[in-house]
Design a protein around this ligand. Structure first.
Ligand code: GLN
Length: 537
């Protein structure tokens, strides 16, 4: 029987609930417990796959091909939690299931209602994780902020589950904010009191409060929160702002977060593994002086979360090479229609260029200019998904002499469709969940950069795309020096391309960033950052 921790958030959004949940998972692992994390999202989309990055941020893809919330990426980077389709529960998914049952006649003439039908389905979804995986603790993060209309059915489900599981088997940790009011010169606890009041109104008494604050939480403030929120004083835990998100589990360990949680769950503090290694990497991030400047050229640059896993994987690459990452985000539109001199100015001081995934024609020409600049100036280039397709189109146009080369995604009638729709995509009509998704095998050719970096002849990587390299052009590209270093063993799909006469030019059709952790860096990110350092020095 697994125990449950429900994590809710109050006062404001963007408190970092995902990272906090992942960090709690981590400290529990350091105590020798196996954890699984689940994210509940109150929106009506079935999954975030069809949402614009401006609305949602990155879509994180699991091995089994689910398009999920980006918090699953945090869970992956911090913990060993199993992650799959069942790790992300959305209102859309829950309603879809209930309505399908209703149409089938499963409810035998009954009126279908939020309580109990929707809440039962939510509880079923959450409990699937415990049924499928042999873990000690399931951590369930509820998206949104307490007080939102949309999250009410999820909160009601927690209330019911806490009763059903029993007191020491299910607890609620509520994350709040204690703002510092400059004019008064002090921190204020009232918003936290109100937020907990809101939870208690619907029958949830949190066991632990995790209090985000920029200033230290004074003993008086702690006592006040404890009194007004009906929480024991030692269960009001300060979560101070830190410079480095990877420091948060260490902070939780130091301030006794794990001790309070385990006590509430009637579990012992044990000795697990991994803490030493993690602390060491936090130390490396603090102490390294040398920096490497990497440019990411994309079109969702203004949104912080759009390329979350890429940003983090680059940090991991930097840790592995013991340098600090100086990440420069370049809006692809800005380098469109620019003179070579202007482009040179944009890339001045940049030691490596990464072009991430994306959809639609906007910003394409800027990305092509970036790939060309990197190719012609021996600047390390790392293309990911669309970034690989860009590398291919650029090479076709400027090396193979196919001036009008394009992807059929951007020009359906191009004379040289070097990137074209995957054959399995031709019959696809619905947009949701229909891309080539999830983990596929990739065979690496001997003597290539990819093979050398991975150090093995086959890998599994996660995909999310509809278009691919058009094989009719393979020979022509090969003749001009493009190397097809990774292919799908059966379908003969091109998964990795690289360039012969270039120090580090590698582009992949998959998303390696989803499989990088600070303490287990993805080899391609390690290799790319290493090449950038070599370029810099
Ligand atoms: N738009 C491209 C495709 O669908 C690339 C997708 C991506 O970068 N994830 O193939």
């Amino acid at each position: 029987m697994a125990k449950y921790i429900f994590i809710t958030g109050g006062v404001v959004s963007s408190l970092g609930k995902g990272i906090a949940s992942a960090s709690i998972g981590k400290v529990l692992e350091w105590n020798g417990y196996k954890v699984a994390l689940v994210k509940c999202d109150p929106y009506i989309n079935v999954d975030p796959g069809t949402m614009n990055p401006y609305q949602h941020g990155e879509v994180y893809v699991t091995d089994d091909g689910a398009e999920t919330d980006l918090d699953l990426g945090h869970y992956y980077r911090y913990t060993a939690s199993p992650l799959s389709r069942i790790s992300n529960v959305t209102t859309g998914k829950v309603y879809q299931k209930v309505i399908t049952k209703e149409r089938r006649g499963d409810f035998l003439g009954g009126t279908v209602q939020i309580i109990p039908h929707i809440t039962n389905e939510i509880k079923n979804e959450i409990r699937q994780v415990e049924k499928k995986h042999n873990v000690d603790i399931v951590l369930v993060e509820i998206g949104g902020t307490v007080g939102d209309i949309e999250s009410l059915p999820f909160l009601e489900s927690i209330r019911q589950m806490k009763n059903e599981e029993g007191p020491a088997n299910a607890i609620n940790i509520h994350l709040t904010l204690v703002p510092f009011i400059k004019a008064a010169g002090e921190i204020k606890t009232k918003p936290t009191q109100h937020s907990v009041g809101k939870l208690r109104e619907i029958g949830i008494q949190p066991e632990i409060l995790m209090v985000r604050t920029e200033k230290p939480l004074t003993a008086a403030a702690k006592a006040k929160i404890a009194l007004f929120c009906n929480v024991r004083e030692d269960c009001v835990i300060e979560a101070r702002d830190v410079n480095d998100v990877y420091e948060i589990p260490v902070m939780f360990k130091n301030n006794g977060m794990d001790k309070s949680i385990l006590e509430k769950l009637n579990l012992k503090q044990k000795k697990g593994s991994g803490a030493k290694r993690w602390k060491k990497l936090v130390e490396i991030r603090k102490s390294t002086k040398k920096t490497v400047r990497i440019g990411v050229v994309g079109k969702y640059i203004t949104l912080q979360d759009a390329y979350k896993s890429i940003d983090e994987a680059l940090k991991h690459g930097a840790i592995a090479n013991r340098v600090k990452l100086d990440l420069v985000k370049i809006e692809s539109g800005v380098i469109e229609n620019k003179t070579p001199g202007d482009i040179r100015d944009v890339f001045k001081g940049i030691a490596g260029v990464l072009v991430p995934g994306g959809f639609g024609v906007r910003g394409i020409e800027g990305k092509l200019a970036a790939a060309r600049y990197a190719r012609e100036n021996a600047l390390p280039y790392f293309g990911i998904c669309l970034g690989m397709q860009i590398a291919v189109i650029e090479f076709a146009r400027n090396v193979c002499g196919m001036k009008s080369a394009n992807s059929t995604e951007f020009n359906a009638r191009t004379k040289h469709p070097v990137i074209s729709l995957l054959s399995e995509q031709k019959k696809v009509k619905c947009m949701g969940g229909t891309m080539r998704l999830g983990a596929y095998r990739c065979k690496l050719s001997p003597g290539t950069l990819a093979r050398k970096i991975y150090g093995t002849d086959q890998v599994m990587e996660r995909h999310r795309h509809r278009y691919e390299f058009n094989n009719t052009f393979r020979d022509r590209f090969r003749k001009h020096g493009m190397v097809f270093s990774g292919t799908h063993p059966k379908g003969n799909l091109v998964e990795i391309v690289e360039l012969k006469d270039h120090p580090w030019f590698l582009a992949v059709q998959f998303h390696p960033e989803f499989r990088s952790k600070p303490d287990r860096v993805h080899p391609l990110f390690r290799g790319f950052v290493k090449a950038a350092i070599a370029k810099e020095t």
